[in-house]
Design a binder for this molecule. Sequence first.
Ligand code: AQP
Length: 338
Amino acid sequence: MTQTFTPRVFSGIQPSGGLTLGNYLGAIKRFVDMQDDGHFETVYCMVDLHAITVWQNPENLRRNTRELCAGFIAAGIDPEKSILFNQSQVPEHAQLAWIFNCVARMGWMKRMTQWKDKAGKNSENASLGLFGYPALMAADILIYHATHVPVGEDQKQHLELTRDIAAKFNNDFGIEFFPITEPVIEGVATRVMSLRDGLKKMSKSDPSDMSRLNMTDDADAIVKKIKKAKTDSDPLPDHLEGLDGRPEARNLVNIYAALNDATTQSVIDEFSGQLFGGFKPKLAELAVEKLAPISSEMSRLMEDTSEIDKILIRGAERGRELAAPILQKTYDIVGMLR
Ligand code: AQP
């Protein structure tokens, strides 16, 4: 008999620094859409256990976790509608990850491009946690039997590995227990690029602050960063193919489209023939209009972090209600006595 799974969304963000426009457009904005769609149960998480796969100063980690929670709420995640918590408060994530460490193969992990990028040439010195990161991510998703995971393009390979782990577990134990989760990688902003290099992902850990818009940037900083963003000297084209080979131009057009809930084509139609000297101020105006309310709401929420802590505790309780029975059933399947 084919098992049916409740339509359920899981996704997470690492509290490894401040939120960027990439996290917002590639992830949080879409989390809000899926929450409000009404078709799914939605579970969203600050993945602090993932963050410590590279060194985190404890004080910064606490602050970043609370600020990330404030960012989720300010952007439209409603802690009543969605389950919102930090990963370490639901121990079932780490417990299922151990089982998946025993399911996943070393060869699978070694092929992960994020591992290769982050460990670099110094892989002997990278943490074991960084190597096992994708198994923990599979556990985050499958501990809720999540059917859909909205992520940016960079997480596609990890999602494929999650599907492989679920399939191998089901096959090894001869039971259709874990769903084969669908990645949801949609929209014009699945890969927001650095403002300084159109071939590099916008990232919170990029050493250059000018490479990204932070969700806490004020209007002046947003305007300055967009003004200084790398571009070329050609006008905006009159057709989409005219952006080929112009990564910085494409990136700014995509950002405009995503912020305005529009298509790239409609942005081209509106600005075709204009130089970046004319387009950038419009983009800056739009970015300030959309991001400033989120940033000021984040500051307001951060004034009383005890409220945030309560939301996280309550979210974790709700998370455990879903996760605990799935872990127990997994232990039964594997043969653990209890
Ligand atoms: N530039 C981006 N464009 C679109 N989506 C992005 N995401 C991150 N950057 C972009 C999406 O945000 C979600 C959470 O990502 P994460 O913080 O857990 O890890 P990450 O992808 O490694 O993000 P960063 O900013 O690059 O963090 P660091 O610098 O700490 O490694 C994911 O859905 C991701 O796709």
